[in-house]
Design a protein around this ligand. Structure first.
Ligand code: DGY
Length: 320
């Protein structure tokens, strides 16, 4: 029987479904595999269901010529070398669409929590420091009517833009590899601008672009210096897009007002300087984490794996 590896603990029902087709090796105890452990565990498996923390590169594929399908339980796929998969006839897939609205909800919530200093003020209250009402206690920045800047206007970026424009009367400006068609810009009044204008004019900048060599440190010291001192920065995309050390300095020096981060360079490690500045909201890569959406992601990843290894048509391939 064909065997597959599932590198993370996922819904038992999804595992049961996979067991109807394959011999399934699961990750007992949900431990994080090092690259060497992942390679050892892949031995003899024709397919693998991975999460965004596991890297599937050319060397790993070379070492496992039996591998025929790599199915990511994430929409972002910077952890998979898709051209290397294609060159070896390995199906690669991701989980688009099913997480768009959930992730946009979270991006908007993190931006609001950042602008209105929700985490910082909650820590203050829990620490017993609240003694009286004060006119300037945790004053933040308005979200309604402000300028929302979006870097990366894919499906999730558009979801955040809709929430801002239609729900909060925000002016939406964006920068992206390509401009949206007019019929997509019009309902939300989104204006395509250069990256420089985006940095300069956004009151709240949200990063939703894919990670690649060209987006590595797209936001570093030089970019942070161009932002308004009252601006907030929210990153729900991928760690390496922001230079976390430069961001920690900018937050400490109040070069920008605040940041909300769901993703980190080298996660699950977090740059120690970010842990010492108060004006940052830190969450552990949970933007898509509602039970319903995580279930849909697991099911879609399983659908891809089953189709790829049983002669079907994978629903969301990266290399059709
Ligand atoms: C995604 O789907 O890309 C999320 O960031 C989870 O990894």
């Amino acid at each position: 029987m064909t065997s597959v590896l599932v590198t993370r603990e996922i819904f038992p029902e999804t595992i049961e479904r996979l067991r109807r087709h394959f011999e399934v090796t699961t990750n007992e105890g949900d431990v994080s595999y090092s690259p060497a452990e992942l390679s050892a565990r892949l031995e003899g498996h024709a397919g693998v269901l991975v999460a965004s923390g596991e890297r599937i590169d050319a060397a790993l594929l070379e070492a496992h010529p039996q591998l025929k399908a790599v199915c990511n339980m994430a929409v972002g796929y910077n952890n998979i070398d898709v051209p290397a998969c294609t060159a070896r006839g390995v199906l690669a897939s991701n989980t688009p669409d099913v997480l768009t609205e959930t992730t946009a909800d979270f991006g908007f919530a993190l931006m609001m929590a950042t602008a209105r200093r929700i985490a910082e003020s909650e820590h203050y209250l829990r620490a017993g420091q609240w003694t009286r009402w004060s006119y300037d206690l945790f004053t933040g920045t308005d979200v309604h009517g402000a300028t929302l800047g979006i870097l990366g206007m894919g499906r999730i970026g558009q979801g955040i833009a809709r929430r801002g424009a239609l729900g909060f009367g925000m002016k939406v400006i964006y920068h992206n590899r390509s401009r949206l068609p007019a019929e997509q810009e019009a309902p939300i009044g989104a204006e395509y601008v250069s990256k420089e204008v985006l940095l300069r004019e956004a009151d709240h900048l949200v990063l939703v672009l894919p990670y690649s060599a060209s987006s590595h440190h797209a936001i570093g010291a030089a970019e942070l210096a161009q932002m308004k001192p009252t601006a907030t920065l929210t990153n729900i995309a991928r760690g390496g897009i922001v230079d976390d050390a430069a961001l920690a300095r900018a937050l400490r020096d109040r070069r920008i007002a605040a940041a909300g981060l769901d993703v980190f360079e080298g996660e699950p490690s977090v740059h120690p300087d970010l842990l010492t500045v108060p004006n940052v909201v830190l969450t552990p890569h949970i933007a898509s984490a509602t039970t319903r959406t995580r279930r849909a992601m697991a099911d879609l990843a399983a659908d891809n794996l089953i189709a790829a290894l049983t002669g079907g048509t994978p629903p969301t391939p990266l290399n059709p």
